[in-house]
Design a protein around this ligand. Structure first.
Ligand code: DGT
Ligand code: CA
Ligand code: CA
Ligand code: ZN
Length: 571
């Protein structure tokens, strides 16, 4: 029930904000966030402890607790329905459009009766938005660009947000009677940043038991097809999933085929044909005789290649490299020992410095750097110089009382790069930090030339160690700002600035293609979680995946090194 409730609470927050109500919108947003973070279902919490238990959820007061109770009992919230009646618009659909905030939603509805994103697009294309006071040509263009972007990404899912469910499903299938093997393939196995659907491959002595189980799992929303060896479903989370049961002698061939990607497969099949073979999802054949099929390794080997990790399979030179034994020795999922971008409750994070340190230590890290936002990101309560100094003292304190052997909390900040490339923290304070990260959080719409100059200026500051999320994109939500990556990488090399691979699932910034360029340029990289909560350290995995997709090796990533050696690589 949590996700439905979160959606409604967020909508109430926006509706109240549109109405100009004070304070309440923030309160609803805060509760939505707390519920999103809950492990337990609110319904269960309520069942066990009643309304008092609801009030123990962070941010929930009596008023909101009663609304949650109303939703649990009657599956509706009266106040929400009347707010919706006043302003019957698709808040979610509209507010994901870049630049469309609460005030604009109200104006769009009052002046042009716009309720949906489709209607907004039509009005913008017809040039009607300009008739609203305060809206210009530029507003119209930005809205259309953002809508085009959203369309392109529509129907794809962010890997890190669906992976826990995918893994849980595959684990359950492994336990079904008769199943010998179950693996996911496709873009999920390649750890691509977004994925279209889930492809599962199974070996089983009792295919019908697998099919029965698959179509009746609690995660299933609808069944498209149920066959003897193949079924297709839609999951409640919105994504489709296919499952195929295969004979053991074809499992490797099917795994290879359904892992893809398509371009890698097409290239490999051409190569097979040139060598007199036929390659398909059942095996590698010469005449009608099967030559390989049980494992991926033997298929690649027969064709003259070393096996290559799925993250590399994109027909971007991996086949040539594998033939010449020149594949990179990719960074492994267990190679990180530190995390250099971590937020705490000093700004917009959920947990204290100590809680973050404990969580990081639990997953095996040896150091983290606390990098709360700085003052010009006012909505997060960003630090000024004074607050940073106080935080540094607090970090010293945590390090003193921290019992863990060999664990260290470093002092850092995520400092804003202003429009002109200066920073919003003075150099004297920056010099006191162990790690100074910088990033762009405002004025995204500059020309490529100006943006590049802006960021280069920041990188040239001798106190700046890392450029955080270097292109500013948010997957499915915001395009990268325009910037000349070749110039940034050259500057990084010259100034010894580290480039970040932000591992947060909807950032993954740098993206794979830029990581590969960075590696080729000899620029050092850091993989950071950008954690805003203790549970977010798990996202490091997706940053590592991205690094692997960008051909990065352990030596390219500074936080694979022990603290002393890592610090030596900074300016
Ligand atoms: P997705 O689901 O859009 O994120 O991407 P994939 O790569 O998982 O693609 P999907 O689910 O359509 O197909 C799974 C795999 O099947 C794909 O990675 C490679 C293989 N495949 C699909 N279409 C073709 C094709 O036209 N030719 C060849 N050779 N292989 C294909
Ligand atoms: Ca797929
Ligand atoms: Ca598929
Ligand atoms: Zn940031």
């Amino acid at each position: 029930m949590n996700q439905e409730l979160v959606k409604i609470l967020r909508e109430i927050s926006v509706l109240l904000e549109i109405k100009g109500v004070e304070f309440k919108p923030q309160a609803y947003e805060k509760v939505a966030h707390s519920i999103e973070m809950l492990e337990e279902d609110v319904k269960e919490i309520y069942k066990k402890g009643g309304i008092e238990a609801l009030e123990k959820i962070s941010g929930v007061g009596r008023g909101i607790a009663e609304k949650i109770e109303e939703y649990i009992k009657e599956h509706r919230i009266k106040d929400y329905l009347s707010l919706k009646k006043e302003l019957p618009v698709d808040i979610d659909g509209l507010s994901v459009v870049e630049g469309v905030g609460p005030k604009m939603i109200l104006k769009l509805y009052e002046e042009l009766k716009i309720k949906t994103r489709d209607q907004l697009e039509k009005a913008a294309r017809a040039g009607k938005l300009k008739s609203i006071e305060g809206f210009g040509q530029k507003t119209e263009e930005n809205i259309l660009r953002s809508i085009d972007f959203l369309k392109k990404e529509h129907g794809r899912f962010i890997l890190g947000f669906v992976m826990p469910e995918v893994r849980a499903i595959v684990e359950k299938i492994k336990k079904v009677d008769g199943v010998e093997k179950a693996e996911f393939a496709g873009s999920i196995r390649r750890m691509q940043e977004t994925v279209g659907d889930l492809d599962i491959l199974v070996i089983s002595k009792k295919p019908s038991a697998v099919m029965d189980f698959f179509v009746s799992m609690s995660e299933v929303e609808a069944v498209y097809a149920k066959g003897d060896t193949k079924s297709s479903i839609r999951l409640k989370l919105g994504m489709d999933a296919d499952l195929r049961v295969l004979p053991p002698e074809s499992f490797g061939a099917a795994l290879q085929y359904f892992t893809g990607d398509k371009y890698h497969n097409i290239e490999l099949r051409q190569i097979a044909i040139k060598q007199g073979y036929k390659l398909n999802e059942y095996g590698l054949y010469k005449d009608k005789k099967i030559m390989a099929g049980q494992t991926e390794e033997e298929i690649y080997q027969k064709l003259g290649f070393a096996w290559m990790p799925p993250e590399l399979r994109a027909n971007r030179g991996e086949l040539e490299a594998a033939r010449e034994n020149k594949l990179p020795k990719l960074i492994e999922y267990s190679d990180l020992v530190g995390d250099l971008q971590v937020q705490t409750d000093w700004t917009d994070g959920d947990n204290s410095i100590k809680e973050m340190a404990e969580a990081a230590q639990k997953i095996g890290l040896k150091y983290i750097c606390i990098t709360d936002h700085t003052k010009t990101l006012a909505m997060t309560g960003g630090s000024d110089e004074k607050k940073l100094l106080r935080q540094m003292a607090a970090i010293d304190e945590v390090n003193r009382e921290f019992q863990g052997p060999g664990f260290k909390v470093l002092k850092g900040a995520e400092v804003n790069i202003m429009k002109d490339g200066t920073l919003d923290i003075d150099d004297e304070t920056l010099a006191k930090l162990d790690v100074a990260g910088v990033s762009v959080h405002s004025n995204f719409n500059m020309s490529e030339k100006d943006m590049t100059a802006r960021i280069i200026r920041a990188m040239e500051n001798p106190n700046v160690d890392i450029l955080f999320h270097p292109t500013g994109r948010v997957i499915k939500r915001r395009e990268a700002y325009k910037v000349d990556m070749d110039e940034l990488l050259k500057t990084a090399k010259r100034t010894k600035t580290v480039m970040e691979i932000d591992a947060f699932p909807d950032r993954l910034d740098l993206k794979d293609e830029y990581i590969r360029k960075a590696v080729e340029t000899g620029v050092k990289l850091a993989i950071d979680s950008d954690a805003h909560s203790a549970s977010h350290f798990q996202y490091l995995e997706y940053g590592i995946a991205q690094a692997r997709r960008g051909w990065a090796e352990k030596k390219d990533i500074i936080n694979t090194k022990d603290l002393e050696d890592m610090l030596k690589l900074l300016k």
